[in-house]
Design a protein around this ligand. Structure first.
Ligand code: ATP
Length: 237
């Protein structure tokens, strides 16, 4: 039994069928990527795993237990944390206030302070600017803060939606290096990326989602070498 199993998921916004049969699994301790073009249904899939949307059909199992009917706060309580597309930070709150929001369901102040220190070690710029308002930050800094906030709930499964969006190549590399470090510390990561090349290069496993369906899967290396993936998602085929 995989850590996360998504089986035959379909999700709709009213009459619009956004996800039409997505199936994939994530093993504990892996980085798994979902790649695919705009509108393929990747964000909708993550929002459904988080409990923000309900599937029309299909199942989502975490550690073998169905979670697709649970409210979002219970799913968070089971260790699933989501850094959403567009980051959704609170611009008028400071770095530290934003990070503490990620820990709102925790009551272990000593543990929270230890995790704040860990995030400031991981992203020193956040530590230097812990009292500054998040709205003044660059895209890369906001992305670090969004990942840091998602980590404050001590997730077993960290879901990152487009962490490289709007970032320079250097910042993107830094974010991806952090993702690999998190895996080494034992966090399981489910990554949604437009930047298929970088995502697959660091992923243990990847899935291609096209028009709401999983169409291809393989190890990151296999997908990178697949002519269909090269043609569709890696620029020059
Ligand atoms: P992107 O990278 O552009 O976010 P995606 O693969 O994450 O793409 P989704 O955002 O999940 O794709 O969108 C899947 C489909 O659902 C698209 O056709 C999109 O237009 C539609 N959709 C997304 N959000 C909504 C919404 N709130 N209401 C109606 N339709 C939506």
């Amino acid at each position: 039994m995989s850590f996360l199993e998504v089986r035959n998921l379909t999700v709709a916004y009213g009459a619009i069928q956004a996800v039409r049969g997505v199936t994939f699994s994530v093993e504990r301790g892996q980085i798994v990527s979902l790649i695919g073009s705009n509108g393929a249904g990747k964000t909708t899939t993550l929002r459904t795993i988080s409990g923000l949307l309900r599937p029309v059909t299909g199942e989502i199992l975490l550690d073998g237990k169905p979670i697709h009917r649970l409210p979002a706060h219970e799913i968070l309580g089971l260790g699933v944390s989501h850094s959403p597309e567009g980051r959704r930070l609170f611009a008028r709150m400071t770095v530290e206030e934003n990070l503490r929001l990620g820990a709102y369901s925790r009551h272990d102040e000593a543990g929270i302070v230890a995790d704040l220190d860990r995030i400031y070690d991981m992203f020193p710029v956040l530590g230097q600017r812990r009292r500054n308002k998040a709205g003044l930050f660059s895209g890369g800094e906001q992305q670090m803060l969004a990942i840091g906030r998602a980590l404050m709930s001590q997730p077993k499964l960290l879901m990152l939606d487009e962490p490289s969006m709007g970032l320079s190549p250097i910042m993107t590399q830094q974010i991806f290096t952090t993702v690999q470090e998190l895996r080494e510390e034992g966090t399981t990561v489910l990554l949604v990326e437009q930047n298929a090349l970088s995502a697959l290069a660091l992923s243990d496993h990847g899935y291609v989602i096209d028009l709401g369906r999983t169409t291809l899967s393989g190890t990151g290396r296999e997908l990178l070498a697949d002519p269909r993936v090269q043609e569709a998602y890696l620029g020059e085929g």
